[in-house]
Design a protein around this ligand. Structure first.
Ligand SMILES: Nc1nc2c(ncn2[C@@H]2O[C@H](COP(=O)(O)OP(=O)(O)OP(=O)(O)O)[C@@H](O)[C@H]2O)c(=O)[nH]1
Ligand SMILES: [Mg+2]
Length: 238
């Protein structure tokens, strides 16, 4: 029986530069920090932290990856996409360009990540309602079209950050459980096939053994008859 406790869910936060990924990362990894820190510098490579989370009464280990948003020289995160099990796809609701680039990020995932990877779309900075450039409905429809869950969050106030993260964790957990169940079913199938094979084999051996026994009996009968014949012949002669 496998547990998920030692296998971290590798969750990547990706999206255009300045969409707030590092601040979301900070909210996730240090949720109890009382202050809002807007002095985080642009990410140069990746930030990475492993932590435990409670999900559906189970403790899951998650590894959160904060990546750089620049699409120039982005080869490092893209190489790492292979190890990801989930992506938090971030755009900034006050920056239309960052929303328009989401399809490119989806292409990167499709090209470089595992096929069954989970994705959740988040529109960050929902505390800046007056500067909004992407409506909730437009983003929601886009998400629906691409089979993604959509959350509007604020790394600044913390609004819905946990909901988005939990949705991603849940999707990853369900997909892993499904995969494990399939693997176990395949194993059971193999076992059943094997035991059927074993049964046919032993049946064959017992039949063969039976035949050998029959041949033995037949042989000894022949020998007995032959000896009796020889004995009768000798009696007649003498
Ligand atoms: N008002 C508001 N500002 C935010 C929020 N999240 C991030 N910011 C600001 O947006 C800017 C960029 O934040 P980062 O977290 O560094 O963005 P990033 O996506 O990590 O940027 P790169 O590392 O360059 O890819 C900073 O000035 C943050 O203070 C938010 O939820 N609300
Ligand atoms: Mg950053």
């Amino acid at each position: 029986m496998r547990t998920f406790h030692d296998t971290p869910f590798r969750l990547f936060i990706i999206g255009d530069t300045q969409t707030g990924k590092s601040n979301i990362y900070k909210r996730i990894t240090r949720p109890d920090d009382p202050y809002w820190d807007n002095t985080i510098k642009p990410t140069r490579a990746v930030n990475l932290l492993t932590k435990y989370d409670l999900l559906q009464n189970r403790i899951v280990k998650i590894q959160v990856w904060d990546t750089r948003g620049s699409r120039i020289l982005e080869s490092l995160p893209l190489l790492l996409f292979k190890v990801a099990q989930g992506f938090l796809l971030v755009f900034d609701i006050t920056n239309r360009e960052s929303f328009k680039n989401i399809p490119y990020w989806l292409q990167d995932i499709q090209r470089d990540a595992q096929k069954d990877v989970e994705k959740v779309l988040v529109g960050n900075k929902c505390d800046l309602e007056e500067q909004r450039q992407v409506s909730y409905e437009e983003a929601r429809l886009f998400a629906e079209k691409h089979h993604l869950k959509y959350f509007e969050i604020s790394a600044k106030t913390g609004e819905s950050v946990d909901c988005a993260l939990k949705a991603l964790e849940k999707a990853v957990l369900e997909s892993l459980e499904e995969r494990v169940a399939k693997e176990e079913a395949a194993e059971c199938g193999k076992e059943a096939e094997k035991s059927l094979f074993e049964r046919v084999k032993s049946l064959f051996y017992s039949v063969l053994k039976g035949k050998v026994e029959l041949v033995k009996v037949f042989k000894s009968a022949l020998v007995t008859f032959a000896l009796m014949g020889v004995a009768q012949l000798l009696l007649r002669i003498f």
